[in-house]
Design a protein around this ligand. Structure first.
Ligand SMILES: NC(=O)C1=CN([C@@H]2O[C@H](COP(=O)(O)OP(=O)(O)OC[C@H]3O[C@@H](n4cnc5c(N)ncnc54)[C@H](O)[C@@H]3O)[C@@H](O)[C@H]2O)C=CC1
Ligand SMILES: Nc1nc(O)c(N)c(N[C@@H]2O[C@H](COP(=O)(O)O)[C@@H](O)[C@H]2O)n1
Length: 185
């Protein structure tokens, strides 16, 4: 089964050659909320909407979330709601913004990677000489994460003209929006 026509029409265009193609998505309640109480994942999407999200995931190179989302939701960021297909649907590369390397070594993203059912997660962090940061870096690498160190003062900048992801040849990414990550033009 292919993706719905309206998604094919929108996403079959080649991504622009200079800037990456970014899709920003979030599910919102009728009273404009995207999250509930801390520590609890809030499922807002119904079945059809969730399936559309998974089609979108299959059509992007990567999916970007903040560490707050990774810790709160322990997400999988895969395409498991799509009908089985041969060859398998494209899985987006999970990319986590995590300056202090708080990601758990036993999170589902790393478990799925080690089980062969998910891509290796990329953790974008800020280099640090603190021994505890270095030891967390080693533990996460051991668990399968690719730690990408990006010097920054006030958080990793995602200016549309020079995203750190450009350097890693990700031409499209799917940005699951939380409250904290906002794109700058
Ligand atoms: N309804 C929906 O569609 C979605 C809801 N959510 C919800 O959002 C909540 C999590 O939100 P938050 O923790 O506020 O946001 P978040 O998931 O973006 O995490 C915030 C943290 O990410 C890191 N971060 C973000 N941008 C960064 C940057 N440019 N450079 C370096 N580090 C950066 C910082 O450590 C920051 O404190 C969860 O409850 C989750 O369920 C998340 C995604 C989609
Ligand atoms: N499409 C959509 N609908 C909702 O109701 C949601 N809460 C989200 N959240 C995003 O999806 C991630 C969970 O992914 P998995 O189901 O574990 O694959 C979550 O972390 C948010 O980024 N999305």
């Amino acid at each position: 089964m292919p993706p719905p026509d309206f998604l094919i029409a929108r996403y079959s265009q080649q991504p622009p050659s200079i800037r990456p193609h970014i899709t920003l998505t979030f599910a919102q309640s009728t009273d404009a909320k995207i999250a509930a109480i801390p520590g609890k994942q809030l499922i807002l999407s119904g079945n059809e909407s969730m399936q559309m999200t998974h089609w979108l995931r299959s059509m992007h190179d990567a999916i970007l979330v903040g560490i707050g989302t990774a810790l709160n939701d322990d997400p999988q960021l895969n395409t498991r709601h799509l009908p089985p297909h041969s060859p398998p649907h494209n899985l987006p590369r999970p990319v986590i913004l995590d300056s202090h390397l708080r990601l758990s070594t036993s999170c589902k993203l790393l478990n799925n990677f080690r089980a062969g059912s998910g891509r290796r997660p990329w953790v974008l962090s800020t280099p640090n000489q603190d021994p505890s940061w270095i030891s967390r870096k080693e533990a996460l690498k051991q668990a399968g994460a690719n730690i990408i160190e990006i010097p920054s003062l006030n958080g990793i900048s995602f200016s549309l003209n020079s995203s750190p992801l450009d350097r890693y040849a990700l031409r499209s990414y799917f940005h699951s929006r939380s409250s904290a990550i906002t794109p700058r033009s």
